[in-house]
Design a protein around this ligand. Structure first.
Ligand SMILES: Nc1nc2c(ncn2[C@@H]2O[C@H](COP(=O)(O)OP(=O)(O)OP(=O)(O)O)[C@@H](O)[C@H]2O)c(=O)[nH]1
Ligand SMILES: [Mg+2]
Length: 200
């Protein structure tokens, strides 16, 4: 088992130009606005509100960086989590939306230290056009040293039937609830394995 034992908020940046040095392997958290990106960061780091979550979509407007320490077999492993603004948030002006879109695209295509893209999807909505677009897009930009991991959030909102349906469609799905803290350790371990090539 690998566990995140230490987390530090580093900084917020409006664009890639103002971002930090590429000195650590990064986990970029992507997903629709309100899907639970910031909550997921709080869950895996076991911190209540280190990433600001909110029921108002569009809460995260900057690129937020967190340095994390994983402990595995008594050894420490260092990485960085990047909380990105959600896509698809409609209640902003067109100009502002375009600006976000551009800076997000620039960040994920140019940032060389990204090793893992986490694509969060709402477990209740499996076929949203925007998620399908993001899946295709990530596939098209992904470099050989990068991996995309899809994680379904809000598992607590599924009934047994919906849950079975999701698992029959995505047999290896990582299904988490930030509310109930379920599936979090498994997801966190999966990220660790992808980053450091260590199975556990
Ligand atoms: N029931 C349930 N609610 C959740 C879960 N994860 C997040 N939420 C709620 O969903 C809302 C949005 O969560 P955030 O973590 O702020 O979402 P975000 O993706 O960071 O949103 P933006 O920053 O706006 O892009 C909040 O009200 C959370 O409490 C979950 O697993 N289950
Ligand atoms: Mg957020």
């Amino acid at each position: 088992m690998a566990k995140i034992v230490d987390t530090k908020f580093l900084t917020s940046a409006p664009t890639i130009n103002e971002a930090l040095a590429n000195d650590l392997s990064e986990i970029a958290i992507m997903g629709r606005s309100n899907v639970g990106k910031s909550s997921f960061i709080n869950s895996i780091t076991n911190r209540k509100n280190i990433a600001k979550s909110s029921s108002t979509p569009g809460k995260t407007r900057l690129i937020n960086f967190f340095d994390i320490t994983y402990l595995h077999d008594k050894e420490k492993y260092f990485a960085r989590v990047v909380d990105l603004p959600g896509f698809g948030y409609a209640r902003v002006s067109k100009v502002e939306k375009k600006k976000w879109q551009e800076s997000l695209t620039e960040f994920i295509t140019k940032r060389s230290s990204i090793r893992v893209f986490i694509h969060l999807l709402d477990a209740r909505h499996l076929n949203l056009e925007i998620d399908n677009d993001v899946r295709d897009y990530l596939k098209s930009i992904k470099r050989g040293d990068q991996e995309v991991i899809e994680i379904f959030t809000k598992a607590d909102k599924l009934n047994q039937r919906d849950r079975s349906k999701l698992l029959s469609r995505f047999p290896n799905a990582l299904l988490v609830s930030n509310l109930k803290n379920s599936g979090i350790d498994k997801a966190s371990n999966r990220i660790f394995s992808s980053l450091f090539g260590i199975k556990n």
